[in-house]
Design a protein around this ligand. Structure first.
Ligand code: PLP
Length: 480
C-alpha cells in the first residue's frame, strides 16, 4: 500500500497513473460532442449503488474503467458549445495544469509554514486584482471557496463595522435580483428575517437608486441602521450591473458599507473593451470576484477583496498550535488571519499559471467574445416571432421564453417552456437553464463558451421550439 503514497520513491508510479487519467479525460473530451447523455437519476443511481467500497479493484486502470461507467460517460460537459445553462465556464489549460500541480504539492494556504511561496503568490494575485478594481493602496483580500463564502465574509465585516451591535436593528439593501447568498449570509450572521431589504429593479434589471434612497431614508427614520448596500455587478439571471457610482454616493451619504458582488462580472476587470461597465467599483468597501465564473478557471477559485486591509481583522482568531499572536509581531504572513477557512487549497496557482501563460488580456478577450455572442444572440431572439426576450444583455446571459401565437393560456405557455427545457436536457443535445420573471416561466442561456456560435444558438432555439410545439400539440388536442 505504501507504493500509493506520493513521495520521492514513487515518482514513476505517480507519472504513469496521472498520465493515464489525463489520457482518458483527453480521449473523453475529444469524443464527446454533446453536453450530456440525458441520463436520469433512476438509471444512474443503481450503477453507483452497486459499487462495493470495501472491495478495492486491482489497480488504477480498473478504477478508471469503472469511473467511465459511474461518472465520465454521463457527466455534464461544460466544454460543449451547446452547454448554455449555468455560470460554468469551459476551463483553460494553464489553469488545469496549475490544478494538477497544486494538488500534488498539496500546500495549505492557512499558514506560511504550510505553504511558503504559495502564500506570496496568493498575496500577489490579490494585490493584482485589487489594483485592477482600483481599490487603493490599503486594499487586501483572500481567496475563498466561492462567491457565497465571499459574500458571507463581506457581510461579516460590514456587520462588525456597523454603528450598532443590536443585530435586530441592522438592515442590508440589495436588489430583488441579487444572489440568494445575501439572504443566507444575513441568517448565518444572526440578523432577523426582515434584515435584507429587497430594492426594486428597473426595466433593465438594475437596482433603482431612487427606491434605494427612499428605503435608506425610511430605515434611518425608523431608528434602524443601514449595515450594507450590496450592489450586484452582473446579476446571475440577467447579467445586469447595478449603477455603481450612484450606489457609492448613497453609501457614503448614509455612512454604510458598500459591497459589490462581482461574482459574475469580474471578468470585466480584464476586458479590453468593456472595463467601463465596472466604473464605480473602485469605491466599494468590499468586492466578491469568482474567477471560476468569468476567468475560465476550474472550480473553485474565488476571492474577497476589501478596500481597507484592517477590516479583515474581524476574521482573525489565534490558535497556539497554528498562528499564535506572536506571529503577528514577527510579521509572518499567515493567510488564515484573513480567512473564514482554516485548511485551504492553493487555488490561486491556477490563476497564476493562467496569467503567466495567457496574460490578462488573453482572458479578458475570451470574456469579451461571449459578451459579443450574447449581443448577437439577443438580436436573433428579438427578431424571432416565436420568442420573447427580456433584456438586452450587458454581460452574457439571455432570458427568453417561447410564446406560441395561437395559445393564450399563460399556464400552458409556462408548461410548454418548462417541458422544452426538460425534454432538451433529456435529449442531451443541449443544456439550458430556466428562471421565473414576474411569476412566469422563462428559459435562460448563460454564454461562457467562446466556441459557441450564433449557429449553435439558432439551432438550440429551433430544438426548444420543436419540444414546446410537440407539448402544445399533445396538450391542446387533449384539452379540446
Ligand atoms: C454565482 C454567484 C454567487 C455565488 O457564487 P458561488 O461561487 O456559486 O458560491 C454570488 N453572487 C452572484 C451574483 C453569483 O452569480
Amino acid at each position: 500500500m505504501r507504493s500509493h503514497l506520493l513521495n520521492d520513491t514513487t515518482a514513476e508510479h505517480y507519472r504513469r497513473s496521472v498520465t493515464e487519467g489525463v489520457e482518458r479525460v483527453a480521449a473523453k473530451l475529444a469524443s464527446t460532442q454533446r453536453p450530456f447523455t440525458g441520463v436520469t437519476p433512476d438509471r444512474l443511481a443503481p450503477v453507483v449503488a452497486a459499487v462495493d467500497l470495501d472491495t478495492p479493484l486491482a489497480d488504477a486502470s480498473a478504477a478508471l474503467d469503472e469511473l467511465e461507467e459511474v461518472y465520465l460517460r454521463d457527466a455534464v460537459y461544460f466544454h460543449s458549445p451547446r452547454y448554455l445553462a449555468h455560470l460554468n465556464c469551459p476551463v483553460v489549460i494553464p489553469a488545469v495544469l496549475g490544478e494538477a500541480v497544486l494538488s500534488a504539492v498539496n500546500s495549505s494556504l492557512d499558514t506560511w509554514d504550510q505553504s511558503a511561496g504559495g502564500t506570496l503568490i496568493e498575496r500577489k494575485l490579490i494585490d493584482w486584482t485589487c489594483a485592477r478594481a482600483g481599490l487603493g493602496p490599503a486594499a487586501d483580500g483572500v481567496f475563498t471557496s466561492g462567491g457565497t463564502q465571499s459574500n458571507l465574509q463581506a457581510l461579516l465585516l460590514a456587520r462588525q463595522e456597523a454603528k450598532t451591535t443590536d443585530l435586530s436593528k441592522l438592515r442590508i439593501f440589495a436588489s430583488e435580483c441579487s444572489h440568494f447568498s445575501v439572504q443566507k449570509s444575513a441568517t448565518l450572521l444572526g440578523l432577523g428575517p426582515e434584515a435584507v431589504v429587497s430594492v426594486p429593479v428597473d426595466r433593465t434589471k438594475r437596482m433603482q437608486t431612487v427606491a434605494l434612497e427612499a428605503e435608506l431614508m425610511g430605515c434611518v427614520s425608523e431608528g434602524l441602521v443601514p449595515m450594507a448596500i450590496v450592489a450586484t455587478a452582473g446579476t446571475t439571471d440577467f447579467g445586469s450591473i447595478d449603477p455603481l457610482p450612484e450606489i457609492a454616493a448613497l453609501a457614503r451619504q448614509y455612512e454604510t458599507w458598500m459591497h459589490v458582488d462581482a461574482a459574475y462580472g469580474c471578468g470585466l476587470l480584464v476586458s479590453p473593451t468593456r472595463r467601463g461597465l465596472l466604473d464605480g467599483i473602485e469605491r466599494a468597501d468590499s468586492v466578491t470576484v469568482d474567477f471560476h465564473k468569468s476567468f475560465f478557471q476550474p472550480v473553485s477559485s474565488s476571492a474577497l477583496l476589501v478596500r481597507d486591509a484592517a477590516t479583515l481583522r474581524h476574521a482573525t482568531y489565534h490558535a497556539e498550535y497554528l498562528n499564535p499572536r506572536r506571529t503577528l509581531e514577527e510579521k509572518i504572513p499567515n493567510q488564515v488571519d484573513k480567512s473564514l477557512q482554516t485548511t485551504r487549497r492553493f487555488d490561486a496557482l491556477k490563476l497564476w499559471m493562467t496569467l503567466r501563460v495567457m496574460g490578462a488580456e488573453g482572458i479578458g478577450g475570451l470574456f469579451d467574445e461571449v459578451c459579443d455572442l450574447a449581443a448577437a444572440g439577443w438580436e436573433l431572439l428579438a427578431a424571432d416571432p416565436r420568442y420573447d426576450v427580456v433584456v438586452q444583455p450587458q454581460l452574457s446571459t439571455l432570458v427568453y421564453r417561447y410564446i406560441p401565437e395561437s395559445v393564450t393560456s399563460p399556464v400552458l405557455i409556462d408548461q410548454a417552456n418548462l417541458h422544452a427545457r426538460k425534454a432538451l436536457f433529456a435529449s442531451g443535445e443541449a443544456v439550458v437553464a430556466g428562471t421565473k420573471v414576474a411569476g412566469r416561466q422563462y428559459l435562460k442561456f448563460t454564454l461562457l463558451n467562446p466556441e459557441t456560435t450564433t449557429g449553435d444558438i439558432a439551432a438550440v432555439l429551433d430544438l426548444i421550439a420543436g419540444h414546446a410545439e410537440q407539448f402544445l400539440g399533445e396538450n391542446l388536442v387533449h384539452a379540446s
